[in-house]
Design a protein around this ligand. Structure first.
Ligand code: PDD
Length: 286
């Protein structure tokens, strides 16, 4: 069965979905995106993703072409039509396709945005990597300065993941001014003496929806949370490390630049937070 994707108001088999060669997402990375996870055929933290999408669009001075309710409807319909039980819904909105390649932003009344969404199957809860943990390298953060906007401009994260894979590792954490910003496609956290430490929110990192939920669950469970920058050395000496994202939830990190973290196995805090996140997310999924 061919996957059904959503493109500009229509549900079509993936082979039939068409985007213009002049689409500004393709030519200029002039667009934003969201990844929402799906468990038991339901959307996880949809409201958070819809709110961040709205914010990203505002920051690139685009009016939102879909309301939150319409978006929820599209996501649910895609999940239904593709019989998706576990995985993600990917959404991308670009500034549309003008008649030529032209840096100047087109008038929205003449050039409508491109709205694209599709599902991806993934074993997120049962991901075997959660049992073993992952290894990361550190790389300079060479991205642009507005990482709080979820743009489709992802060349550096792509190269960062390639650098990690080329060294036989799983992912990369990015470092700027001596401190960790975040992972290539996730937020980075460490645990020291029972305290969860993760970079504070600013334009330097993406405001992860999973990060927010996990920190709230941690506080509810009386765990101490410190939102502040941390160095690579501090991370290497941490008791535990983990990443958070919609496609990995809470994923233990057991090695940073070849240094073993804790005893080299997923630690109790990351393991517990993963359990709580899955349990609570299932309850509030829509
Ligand atoms: N990435 N930081 C970056 C740079 C990201 O790209 C992501 C998400 C996150 C975590 O955000 P959230 O918890 O809202 O997923 C942090 C998605 C999953 C992706 O690009 O596939």
């Amino acid at each position: 069965m061919s996957r059904i994707v959503y493109i500009n108001g229509e549900y079509v088999p993936e082979e039939e979905a068409r985007v213009s060669v002049f689409d500004r997402g393709f030519l200029f990375a002039d667009g934003v995106y969201e990844v929402t996870s799906v468990l038991d055929g339901k959307l996880i933290d949809f409201a958070g993703h819809a709110a961040r999408l709205e914010r990203s669009l505002g920051e690139i001075e685009m009016a939102s072409p879909v309301s939150g309710e319409e978006l929820a409807e599209v996501f649910r319909e895609l999940v239904r039509r593709n019989a998706l039980t576990e995985g993600m819904v990917y959404l991308q909105i670009t500034r549309g396709a003008d008649r030529d390649r032209d840096f100047d932003c087109p008038v929205p009344e003449l050039v409508p945005p491109t709205v694209l969404a599709f599902t991806q199957t993934k074993n997120v809860v049962g991901n075997p990597a959660a049992k073993t943990g992952i290894s990361v390298i550190t790389i300079d953060d060479l991205r642009w300065a507005r990482r709080d906007i979820k743009t489709v401009q992802l060349l550096y994260p792509v190269l960062g993941k390639k650098m990690a894979k080329d060294q036989g590792k799983d992912d990369a954490w990015m470092v700027e001014d001596g401190v960790v910003t975040e992972g290539t496609s996730n937020n980075a956290c460490i645990v020291r003496e029972g305290r969860i430490i993760t970079r504070d929110l600013s334009e330097k990192i993406l405001h992860g929806i999973t990060r927010k939920a996990v920190l709230a669950f941690a506080r509810e469970a009386q765990m101490k949370v410190e939102e502040r920058p941390f160095t690579v050395d501090e991370a290497k000496e941490a008791d535990e490390a983990f990443i958070t994202s919609a496609s990995t939830f809470v994923m233990p990190v057991i090695e940073i630049d070849g240094a073993r973290i804790g005893d080299g196995k997923p630690g109790p805090v990351a393991t517990r937070l993963r359990e709580i996140y899955v349990e609570e997310s299932r309850k509030s999924a829509i």
